[in-house]
Design a protein around this ligand. Sequence first.
Ligand code: CA
Ligand code: CA
Ligand code: CA
Length: 403
Amino acid sequence: MRFAILLLALVCACGGGGGDAPPAVVGDPQQVMVLLEEADDDEAEDIRKDFGGVTVEQIGSSAIYLLTLDASVRIEDVLDELDNDARVLVSEPDYSAESPEGDPADIPVLGGDVVASIPVQPELDALMLPAAHAISTGAGVVVAVVDTGIDPAHPAIVGHVMAGGYDFIGRDFDPRDQRNLRDDDGDGAIDEQYGHGTFVASLVLAVAPDAMILPVRVLDAEGFGTSSTVAAGIIWAADAGADVINLSADLPDAPEMVREAIRYARDRGALVVAAAGNAGGTDIAFPARFSDVLGVTSVDATGVRPAFASVGSAVSLVAPGVSILGAVPMDLSPSGTVRWSGTSFSTPLVAGAAALVRAANPGLSPEALRQRLRATATSVDPMNPALAGQLGSGLVQPLAALQ
Ligand SMILES: [Ca+2]
Ligand SMILES: [Ca+2]
Ligand SMILES: [Ca+2]
């Protein structure tokens, strides 16, 4: 955990604050985000001039601005100033974001299953997809995969990738899943999240085979991003016309900028679906626990909750997430598939279900779509008697949601 310790040391060196709040992990120690009352380029330009040594970028057409500080500028000074700045509604560091499967204990199992088995794997039987597909296949619906990027040429995905994605890690128009063959977070596993986004995309398409995937890269191959990459990715997806946004990532500091990005997406008709996290306790990850989001945790193929799956009253739905077959780039696994467990992989099954319902009911608002999926789920409390009330509305049921 060399990386995390280094970041904590940087935060501690900043001093200030104090109190008994948990130590924040700053994703990028030279970046700060601010929320203005409304998007205002003149005001942003004034802020840039006032500080000096700072570049200011608007995130999409939102009222969120990203301040990047020159090496000579101290982040704590900027945050102190912004605290007292009447132009600024909220200011905060650029907090860290991480894939829930970033621990080396959670890496995928390479296997020889063929790609064609992904949509017909028995692990998905409880979703009754063949019957659901007689009603809807998700045609015309855009699902943004805001993740590590995707492999657009993978046979499980090719032909279902929308143009217009973006890479907020590399800051270019190439949102492919990519790795650098270095263990950047020093946890002993090299590029342990390479393929995460490809895997997620293949599961969206297993449920909604005619949906289109919009790839937005906000996490690197170790599974790390920041609140600015995630907020920018959500806003990008909403502006590109995403109907559903899959976010299999956790931001432990619950950044206000990501809340704002989710509100922005909701106001533009996009439903955000997020992973509840793999800590196994009752602390649901952010933004899965945010009320505007459909938060998803895992069960196995028989509806039983595995030990890793976080549970609690903020869970909305559950879906299979144990030893799921999905796609990864061929240079990671020659078969093009792996088996992987985690709430990150239950999430795209719900995102796919949302796509099916949205395709059949194009006028549904994000809130109505969220309610429809919850109201038609089946309780899994009978299989998990000790967890009654902590598994949301239960197992997502695409067929029932379409009827
Ligand atoms: Ca890691
Ligand atoms: Ca790496
Ligand atoms: Ca690593």
